[in-house]
Ligand binder design. Structure first.
Ligand code: ATP
Ligand code: MG
Length: 332
């Protein structure tokens, strides 16, 4: 089906003030992302800590405008001037954060928490209907009617994440941004919450932007995967292609570092040299070049473009001058 969101060359830069012995600088947190979100489908975003995942989440959720590039959501453009106050546009994209303990107001009952978005955004809906919708949503996320009048401190981490999901759904969004939604939960609870999310996605035909650094979680939930490095997508494509036949040396290294379900799958581990550089001092040429084992002369000066498919069209694409050969990825 047609995309519900199109992002074109999205950037979010921060001007960072100088300090002692440190000049002012531009921090390129998000540095040119193009992709689409489709109803019923999950685009997963993976990348190291500091690679710009949460920044992308805030821009897509219209919490912050892009400093360059644009979003088109439901036919409406959001550029550097920001989103309008259009409440229907804002209701279309909702977010669930990682921390199930910090994200709920401890002084509100679960019922009040669920009714609040309606109270603020849909004042024409009366009290009785608000109550009814909140109770319906509670059961939709697998909680019980008696939970309605309880306070957050009486809930486990997994139950709180269910409440956070329910709250995000109250305004009937088309897009859910999930920023590490299960990372703080016990392993056994993680799969329950993931299965709930997949179930809800199907029932409500939602588009997910799913952020995670956990590749086993991504393998479980994603349709498409976008790998980002220093704020830039370096490879994007269908899940199986990204996991089993990656072409970008960074993706290949990431994948080689994770144990796979099949232990007979003999994989050489690729160890990355050095640390992730600061987004305030991005390398010239390819941003990955200082850590890349396939580095060539050209990588030091010329930034590679995404090639091999339409970056916003669901194909497989990667930004590399010297990609891993196809036969090598298949054999690995
Ligand atoms: P993690 O996996 O640890 O959550 P992330 O991929 O979500 O990391 P971001 O939180 O998006 O990374 O941060 C990307 C970069 O942008 C980091 O260097 C961060 O310090 C910087 N950054 C984020 N928000 C701001 C801000 N408001 N002002 C200045 N710099 C910021
Ligand atoms: Mg983050």
């Amino acid at each position: 089906s047609a995309p519900v969101l199109t992002a074109s060359n999205l950037k979010r830069h921060y001007e960072v003030k100088g300090g002692f012995m440190q000049p002012a600088a531009t921090l390129r947190a998000l540095d040119g992302a193009s992709f689409t979100l489709t109803p019923g489908k999950t685009l997963a975003v993976v990348g190291e800590s500091g690679s710009g995942k949460s920044t992308l989440a805030r821009v897509v959720t219209m919490i912050e405008p892009p400093t360059e590039g644009e979003l088109v959501i439901g036919g409406k453009k959001i550029g550097p001037e920001g989103a309008s106050r259009d409440r229907d546009l804002r209701a279309m994209v909702q977010i669930v954060f990682q921390d199930p303990y910090g994200s709920l107001n401890p002084r509100q009952t679960i019922g009040q928490t669920l009714m609040e978005p309606l109270l603020l955004n849909r004042p024409e809906i009366d009290r009785k209907e608000r109550d009814r919708r909140a109770r319906d949503m509670l059961s939709m996320v697998g909680l019980r009617p008696e939970h309605f009048d309880r306070y957050p401190h009486m809930f486990s981490g997994g139950q709180r994440q269910r409440v956070a999901v329910a709250r995000a759904l109250m305004l009937e969004p088309k897009i859910l941004v999930l920023d590490e939604p299960v990372s703080a939960l016990d392993l056994s609870i993680q799969s329950q919450v993931l299965n709930l999310l997949m179930d809800i996605q199907e029932r409500m035909d939602l588009a997910y932007l799913f952020i995670s650094h956990d590749l086993s979680v991504v393998r479980h939930i994603a349709d498409e995967v976008m790998v980002i490095y220093l704020g830039e997508p370096v490879e994007m494509g269908p899940k199986d292609v990204i996991f089993d036949a990656p072409r970008h040396p960074y993706t290949k290294a990431l994948m080689s570092a994770t144990p796979m379900a099949d232990p007979s799958d003999r994989k050489e581990r690729i160890k990355l040299e050095g640390e992730l550089p600061s987004p305030m001092a991005k390398p010239e040429g390819c941003p990955f070049n200082p850590r890349c084992w396939r580095r060539q002369e050209i990588c030091l000066s010329v930034e590679p473009e995404l090639q091999g498919g339409n970056p916003a069209g669901g194909g497989h694409c990667f930004a590399c001058h010297n990609p891993v050969p196809e036969d090598e990825t298949a054999a690995a």
